[in-house]
Design a protein around this ligand. Structure first.
Ligand SMILES: Nc1ncnc2c1ncn2[C@@H]1O[C@H](COP(=O)(O)OP(=O)(O)OP(=O)(O)O)[C@@H](O)[C@H]1O
Ligand SMILES: [Mg+2]
Length: 254
């Protein structure tokens, strides 16, 4: 089963929203996805309505070698979550970028038979580079890169490309990727221009599915619900269901 890192060093592009709602779409299809909050901001944990102590979060895995399986929280919607905690911000200063820490997450997922448990794993990355993002990259079979449909997205494209190259060098592998347009507004002229530019730049790596700007998506997070539970008929719910179909069809999710 695929391990998918949801990554973009740019903040606020929809990484956490995509992790939560793509996983919810998977659960609706009978999969039992595992999502890992690898961001010290712990937004994925918060929108899931979970408030762990640091010792019950992924921080304890890095700091005290606590098994990942002991950290899993079962959410009502059928998704399993390994939560984060603000303490996770200390990881970069606790560890140098040594070879052993880089593959730590991948190794544990293998050793604890999570990566071969027949369930998809999604990793919500933080919007900065460091040990955590590199851990996600080293563990991932593929990367999903949300890009908000706005002017600044294309301005940051070169920086993103350089980052991915650098991360792949450290992780020691070329990782397949798909770019996902988020916060898309059909009526906005700029959105069309941006799609054109993205098509030119990313070609077949650009998802055909676009996630629309949809107020229900933001609201659902405040109610600790996924978009399917909160507004099953919304555009947001439809978009994430279609995204899952596309990722299955292209082999990103199996
Ligand atoms: N399709 C959408 N429609 C409306 N609002 C959205 C959509 N996607 C994301 N948002 C909102 O945009 C904000 C940022 O989204 P999100 O937290 O998923 O981004 P992120 O990339 O994870 O941010 P960070 O880099 O800080 O981790 C949130 O308030 C979220 O509810
Ligand atoms: Mg986030």
């Amino acid at each position: 089963m695929t391990i998918l890192a949801v990554f973009n060093q740019k903040g606020g592009v929809g990484k956490t929203t995509t992790t939560a709602n793509l996983a919810a779409a998977m659960a609706k299809e009978g999969m039992e996805p595992l999502i890992i909050d690898l961001d010290p901001q712990a937004h994925l944990t918060a929108i899931s309505g979970v408030e762990p102590d640091a010792g019950d979060s992924i921080f304890a895995f890095y700091k005290d070698n606590k098994p990942l399986t002991e950290l899993v929280v079962h959410l009502d919607n059928g998704v399993n979550l390994i939560p984060s905690h603000v303490e996770l911000a200390k990881i970069d200063t606790l560890y140098a970028k040594t070879g052993s820490i880089i593959r730590r997450l991948r190794q544990a997922l293998q050793d604890e038979h999570l990566s071969n448990a027949g369930v998809p794993i999604l990793i919500d990355c933080c919007p900065f580079l460091g040990i955590l993002s590199i851990n996600a990259m080293a563990a991932a079979d593929a990367i999903l890169i949300p890009i908000a449909a706005e002017y600044l997205a294309m301005k940051g494209a070169n920086q993103l490309a350089n980052t991915l190259v650098a991360m792949e060098q450290i992780a020691g592998k070329r990782i397949p990727r798909r770019y996902l347009v988020t916060r898309y507004v059909t009526q906005r002229r700029l959105s069309g221009d941006i799609i054109e530019q993205m098509n030119e730049r990313y070609g077949k790596d650009l998802c055909k599915t676009r996630i629309s700007e949809n107020a229900a998506i933001t609201e659902s997070a405040g109610f600790h619900q996924d978009i399917f539970a909160f507004a099953p008929k919304s555009k947001g719910a439809k978009d994430y269901a279609v995204l899952l179909e596309e990722l299955i069809a292209c082999g990103f999710v199996d």
